[in-house]
Every structure is written in C-alpha cells, then in structure tokens.
Design a protein around this ligand. Structure first.
Ligand code: SAM
Length: 169
C-alpha cells in the first residue's frame, strides 16, 4: 500500500487562501445590510482587503496596520487606515467605534505558528469587545474568545486553516 503524501507548504498556502476566501464570502453575506463598519486587521499585500473592498459595497472597511506596504491597487484611502500596533490601536478603537464592527477579519500572523498562537491569545480579548452583537469574526489563526461562538466552516474551507466566530445578538 502506498504512503499518504506529506502536506507541503504549497498545500498549506493554497488551503489558507481558499479557506480565507470561502470564510470571508460567507461572513460578508451573513452580515450584509448591517450598519456597523468592517475591520481588516493586517493589510500585508492587500489581497484580502481588495477582496473585501470589492465585495462589500454597503459598509466602510477600516484597515489596522503598523506599516502600509500594499499593492497600489489594494491600498486603502488614508481616512480608512488606522496606523499603529494593534495592541494599542484596538483598545483605542473602542472610543471611536462604540457601535462596534459588523465583521472583523484578522490575518496578522507570519510563518511561525507557535508565535501566531501566542499573539492570537494576546489580542483575542482586545478584539472581542469591538465586535457588534450579531457580528462575525474571521481569522487565519484559532482565537481565544470568552463569549464568541465558533461557527461551522462554510463549503470549500479547510479545517484548521480559517476560523469564524459569532457574537450572539
Ligand atoms: C500576513 S500579512 C496580511 C496579508 C493580507 N491578508 C493579504 O491578503 O495580503 C500580516 C500583516 O499584519 C501586520 N501586522 C502584524 N502584526 C501587527 C501588529 N502587532 N500591529 C499591526 N499590524 C500588524 C503586518 O505588518 C503584515 O502587513
């Protein structure tokens, strides 16, 4: 009997991309028509921001990033950028957005999965109060929320590559 092929970095990358898109599309549809804005945590190259900006026509998408270095087509307007370290900008956003966000997407991690997990534990309590009741949070890393409820994966998403959480209304 032949051995199972190993999971390569390419496999993991593709699974993450496919899962991000499926999870974002599902969360966008589920929060459509809500009045609260959307938050993108971690701009990077701007691929997921571009996807969200193209698909979300009814709400502003604010980007939290410490240094903007995105593709020119995927660079947010200046008034939608919240520049700085999320450990400081997320708590500060509570005053600016008392209504919270209808959808928060976080893709803040790098290549070190253990480090990503430590960071996810650190920022989970900073994200939780920013989500509006009935809002959804989509993350590339498992999060550690007190009251948010993990959601089943949408069709097309790969287990462990993306996570969605709901704040009860
Ligand atoms: C993996 S990239 C995001 C990729 C993006 N989703 C895309 O599709 O192109 C992660 C981004 O998070 C940002 N980031 C990481 N830690 C951060 C922190 N503590 N505060 C603010 N931004 C942070 C990095 O600067 C980087 O641009």
């Amino acid at each position: 009997m032949s051995e199972q092929p190993t999971t390569t970095r390419l496999d993991l990358f593709i699974d993450r991309m496919v899962s991000q898109r499926a999870s974002l599309d599902s969360a966008i549809a589920r929060t459509m028509g809500r009045p609260e804005p959307v938050f993108e945590l971690g701009l990077g190259n701007g691929r997921t921001f571009h996807h969200m900006r193209e698909r979300i026509t009814d709400r502003d998408v604010y980007v939290f990033e410490r240094a903007v270095a995105s593709h020119p087509d995927s660079t947010p307007a200046e008034h939608l950028v919240i520049l700085g370290d999320v450990r400081e900008t997320l708590p500060a956003a509570l005053d600016r957005f008392p209504q919270g966000a209808s959808l928060i997407h976080a893709d803040l991690g790098g290549h070190d999965r253990a480090k990503n997990d430590v960071f996810a534990r650190l920022i989970s309590p900073l994200i939780e109060p920013l989500l509006a009741p009935g809002g959804l949070m989509v993350s590339s890393d498992r999060m550690y929320f007190e009251h948010l409820e993990e959601q089943p994966l949408p069709p097309g998403a790969v287990p462990g590559r993306c996570f969605t959480y709901l704040k009860a209304a």
